[in-house]
Design a protein around this ligand. Sequence first.
Ligand SMILES: CC(C)(COP(=O)(O)OP(=O)(O)OC[C@H]1O[C@@H](n2cnc3c(N)ncnc32)[C@H](O)[C@@H]1OP(=O)(O)O)[C@@H](O)C(=O)NCCC(=O)NCCS
Length: 145
Amino acid sequence: MILPKPQLLEWGSKLQIQSIGLRYEVLRKPLGLCFAPEELLQEETQWHIGMVSGERVEGILLIKFIGENVAKMRQVAVAESSQGKGIGKEMVRYAELLCSQNHIEKIELHARKSAVPFYLSLGYHTEGAEFEEVGIPHIKMSIKL
Ligand SMILES: CC(C)(COP(=O)(O)OP(=O)(O)OC[C@H]1O[C@@H](n2cnc3c(N)ncnc32)[C@H](O)[C@@H]1OP(=O)(O)O)[C@@H](O)C(=O)NCCC(=O)NCCS
């Protein structure tokens, strides 16, 4: 097995388009939701960080710049068959490294309640009360870099 490696996926590339399928399978399909084309078009200026094994995207996350020195991590997904093997952790650490190299001082995210233990294990803190997004409970989390 080729170990997946983190890399920035160029917007519109084959791998970036493949990663939309992964996000759909892991994040949207189980909730009966899909992506609106305009939603995907807004992502051109965001970083698409993938964990790539050969020609297969095993993990994906997006980084959106939301303020001076602040970024939002979103759409964090690892292929179901590859979960629990450290891929998510390596992908988040790579995103943090790229962010700190680019003067980002804080990363925020809206964590699904089920994923809170994952982010806690990586040093993220919860902020405020639970709220609903895409029909399921979320909690705001963040880390200072
Ligand atoms: C959440 C997700 C991104 C984690 O990625 P992953 O590759 O499965 O996680 P890793 O194997 O890198 O786990 C890293 C650490 O988090 C812990 N962890 C991961 N998921 C966990 C969970 N649901 N509950 C408790 N701990 C968890 C692991 O035990 C591991 O701890 P360790 O470093 O002490 O061994 C992935 O499981 C996923 O895509 N889930 C479905 C979609 C989702 O919920 N995305 C997040 C939206 S906010």
